[in-house]
Design a binder for this molecule. Sequence first.
Ligand code: BMA
Length: 356
Amino acid sequence: MRTFLTLLGMLLVLSGCASPKERMTARLSRTAEEGKILYGHQDDPAYGHAWLVTDWESDRLERSDVKDVSGRYPAVVGFDLGGIELGDSCNLDGVPFGLMRKATLAQLDRGGLVTFSWHPRNPLTGGDAWDISSDQVVKAILPGGEKHSEFQVWLERAAAFFASLGDAPVIFRPWHENLGSWFWWGGKLCKAEEYIALYRYTWTFLTQEKGLKNLLWCYSPNGPLPAELFLSRYPGDDCVDLLGTDIYEYPGAGESLRAAGERYAGEVRAMLATLQTLGAAHGKLICLSETGFEGLPDPQWWTGVLYPAIQGSGICYVLTWRNAHDKPGHFYAPWKGFENENDFKQFAEKEDIILL
Ligand code: BMA
């Protein structure tokens, strides 16, 4: 199925009739078919370990922890829209939306890819995305619900941001990690049909009502999960372009680094094999939409754990989470001077791992 899509994509691209979204899709299909994987890092141009862009309008946005270490930029940059729903000028981690727009266009010019997640506030309680005090939130924002018109305003604001990117093709993966129960749209916080209605409403609003044709939609539950569970809240082939999953390494109490690494790698491999089967059956690209090991305590995490877990998996990209500028231990990519930076360099130099 994917080969067919790649051929179709190539034909469209060759005929000059392809849209920016179709060209990006064809490029990602080709990447995956060649067994190559784009490497990505969340918030990479906005800040890194102990540094932060303070004047994004005059800054050239050329700094990057990944580039400082490897000499190249990540092929994928991730950003989060959390806060856009309130009309804020910066997201929940202090990243200006103006910077995101500028960096997104620069990343695409460079030949890269950009993906957006969204940790919106809780529209019923006013709390944050992690406020799981009510299981009525999704119901309240769907059509007929008491917060529906407010939610439409939230979607308007997200749509206006995407519209401001012009025809730039970017990935959007709303309502992620939805089979865990740590966000208000999580597994125990709404019924399957409510979740599906939420995803589909978001898709319809942005693509049909607002006419946004350049979004590549990613459905990315937390993993690992069996296929049946993954599909239990799948919004439908018509509103999904990529199947993703978020999986992190967390050592259990008393678990050695080696055992934790083996367990994580096994979970990633199994989940990506599931995605590969589902991707082939549904004609979708697949990706490891978020991953990492906070603080990188394993000196060989990149070459010894992550690489063997994703090599040959058929994913088109992998994205590691952010390097907070203000929380010294909260980082998922190395920075210049980090003791194990060589391991990342070796990973970045693998023939099948793409940086820019
Ligand atoms: C989490 C942490 C938080 C952050 C959130 C959204 O995983 O990194 O500090 O606010 O993602 O980016």
